[in-house]
Design a protein around this ligand. Structure first.
Ligand SMILES: Nc1ncnc2c1ncn2[C@@H]1O[C@H](COP(=O)(O)OP(=O)(O)OP(=O)(O)O)[C@@H](O)[C@H]1O
Length: 282
């Protein structure tokens, strides 16, 4: 199995608090990997260790079979990072942001211009290339952050909540960009609170909480493990309840006692996430 990322027994503490707890995980080259979990699960901490911004207390991270450390410059040049918070130079235009980033990676003049033009076309930001980034809409800023992370043609791209606060239309355009990146053969690691985003994009999904990964599978298997069909109903205590079934016959049978006050539907990834986060004592 060709694993581009191997995480072995990684522990990260902030003083006495354990944010990532002896975590083991392998990520296949070329996969679109989703890291889902409630607030404070440890997702950002894990990503910061993977990109060399934070040092684990113990355990090892291997990327492309090399040990990741904070000063492994070679590995850092193979990575693109889209952080949670806007990381654009506000006083520079769209194009200047990309040129500035290319200069940081010391791209020579010709390849630099070619790359910037490619990325402006790929992101459809070409028509607004001269607009200052501080004057862009939130969606356009996010698009620019994503292509900025591609400037050095990285093999692995880390995206920490890349579509937070973005309207539905722009989010779908960003999804197309991300799918395009996968088609280029990149390995993509995504954290998101938009469950449908992970369901739509990711071929592997890890459910993380309290610094550990509890489930790791395809969206399809995560759903079928819970039950392919969901009965959703409002109970006598005025609380919505969810029951999961492997067969439609069993689900229908269950609904007979519910006096018509129910919805019978396919299980979705949000059900898996809800069940995962609700079942555990928080
Ligand atoms: N620098 C820090 N010092 C102390 N505690 C921290 C620090 N950074 C994060 N934490 C704590 O570690 C835990 C994990 O945080 P982290 O940001 O990794 O979670 P997350 O899963 O990314 O959350 P979110 O979905 O809200 O972004 C949280 O309880 C957080 O408060």
């Amino acid at each position: 199995m060709d694993h581009i990322i191997e995480i072995k027994e990684v522990l990260k503490k902030y003083e006495d608090f354990t944010a990532v707890d002896h975590l083991n995980l392998n990520i296949k080259k070329g996969s679109f990997f989703g890291l889902l979990g409630p607030n404070g699960a440890g997702k950002t901490t894990l990503i910061k260790m993977l990109v060399g911004l934070l040092r684990p207390n113990s355990g090892d991270i291997f990327i492309k079979n090399q040990k990741m450390t904070r000063d492994n410059v070679f590995l850092k040049t193979k990575m693109g990072i889209v952080p949670q918070h806007i990381n654009l130079d506000k006083e520079l235009s769209v194009k200047e942001n990309l040129i500035f980033s290319a200069k940081l990676y010391k791209l020579k003049r010709d390849p630099q211009e070619k790359r910037v033009e490619e990325l402006l076309a790929f992101s459809e930001l070409k028509p607004i290339e001269n607009k200052l980034s501080k004057n862009l809409s939130g969606g356009m800023q996010r698009k620019l952050m994503i292509v900025k992370a591609l400037i050095n043609d990285p093999e692995i791209i880390f995206l920490d909540e890349p579509t937070v606060g973005i309207d539905v239309n722009t989010r779908r355009k960003i999804w197309d960009m991300l799918k395009g990146m996968k088609d280029m053969g990149k390995t993509i690691i995504l954290t998101t609170h938009y469950i449908e985003e992970a369901e739509y994009l990711c071929d592997q999904i890890a459910l993380m909480d309290k610094g550990k990964i509890f489930h790791l599978d395809t969206s399809k298997h995560l759903k079928s493990n819970l039950g392919t069909f969901t009965v959703e109903y409002f109970n006598d205590a005025k609380v919505t309840e969810y029951k999961y079934f492997q067969s439609i016959e069993d689900a229908k049978q269950y609904t007979h006692a519910l006096c018509g006050n129910y919805i019978l539907r396919d299980t979705n990834l949000e059900d898996v996430f809800y069940n995962f986060t609700n079942r555990k004592v928080r």
